[in-house]
Design a protein around this ligand. Structure first.
Ligand code: CP
Length: 313
């Protein structure tokens, strides 16, 4: 397994063996005695065309923790994109400015793949519209393994806007690579998991891999799940359906009282930001893991940068 110089655009870019190998490296980098010198001569271009708190800040901190530097922008309104410069040209400029790796977030599906074709340096997808968010999935897998001790044989419920949530798309693709996982997709019909991913799940089931079901109510599945993966309604991607968002929010909401039949080892995860889908009283329960999960994003992104930049092998 080598990550040196590689793009990370989709979870489909990685085999199970590569994901497992990567997850083993996370703690190596996290506890590396010379971490502050691993990337002292390296510079990361951060191209954020969409808002972000966790992904942006943790990549920023990760690069600094490795001794590297950061450039780029976090608001496309202060770039020449407002003068109608194409994405291709905007991205391509960065090859000439001394950067070693690019992290890009963009509202359009396929933007990160296009960026990877435009530039020589390796490109990391930090979220492309409703499509993929592979670094979120790597930190999700790290967190799931940390809490369950395995990634095989788990029952994982994904709840909320499964149509537009890139985190659940990437996570589904990843868990299909593991043995005997049971996936439960809980959403309103209007926001169900896209057909192409349901088809992949069906194919995996036919081949004796993961199984899946679709449900409408969180309460029906609390007792059976190892991971309850909550997501918000992606109002920014709902377009003509925004009027339905409030209704969906009230239905797909987890409260502490609903967790009384949960397995003792069950964890509630969420890529964050949350809006109303997890009540604050859940934070005080032993099931809440979303803040630790977000913190793991720092360690996962440190490892990813160190591996892609060849600082750790
Ligand atoms: N999970 C996640 O991608 O959060 P941000 O949008 O804040 O980066």
């Amino acid at each position: 397994m080598s990550f040196v110089g590689r793009d990370l655009i989709s979870m489909n870019d990685l085999t199970r063996e590569e994901i497992d190998g990567f997850l083993r490296k996370v703690d190596v980098v996290r506890d590396h005695p010379g971490k502050k010198q691993l990337c002292t001569d390296k510079v990361c271009a951060m191209l954020f065309f969409e808002p972000s708190t966790r992904t942006r800040t943790s990549f920023d901190s990760a690069m600094r923790n490795l001794g590297g530097r950061i450039g780029g922008f976090y608001d496309p309104r202060i770039t020449s994109a407002v003068k109608e410069e194409s994405l291709w040209d905007t991205v391509k400029m960065h090859d000439g400015y001394g950067f070693d790796v690019m992290v890009i977030r963009h509202p359009l599906k396929g933007a990160a793949r296009l960026a990877a074709e435009a530039v020589e340096m390796p490109v990391i997808n930090a979220g492309d519209g409703p499509n993929q968010h592979p670094t979120q999935t790597l930190l999700d897998l790290y967190s799931i393994n940390e809490t369950q001790g395995t990634l095989d044989g788990l029952t994982v419920a994904m709840v909320g806007d499964l149509a537009n949530g890139r985190t659940v798309h990437s996570l589904t693709e990843a868990l299909l690579k593991y043995n005997n996982c049971r996936l439960i997709f809980i959403s309103p019909r209007d926001l169900a998991m896209p057909g192409f991913l349901i088809d992949k799940c069906k194919k995996a089931a036919e081949q004796g891999g993961a199984t899946f079901t679709e449900g409408r109510r969180i309460e029906d599945h609390i007792a059976e799940v190892d991971i309850l993966y909550m997501t918000r309604i992606q109002t920014e991607r709902l377009h003509e359906m925004t009027a339905l968002a409030e209704k969906f929010r009230s239905i797909y909401r987890l409260e502490a009282g609903m967790l009384k039949d949960a397995k003792p080892t069950m964890k509630v995860m969420h890529p964050l930001p949350r809006v109303t889908e997890i009540a604050q009283d859940v934070d005080q329960t032993p099931y809440a893991y979303y803040f630790q999960q977000a913190r793991n994003g720092l360690f996962v992104r440190e490892a990813l940068l160190a591996l892609i930049l060849g600082a750790v092998r």
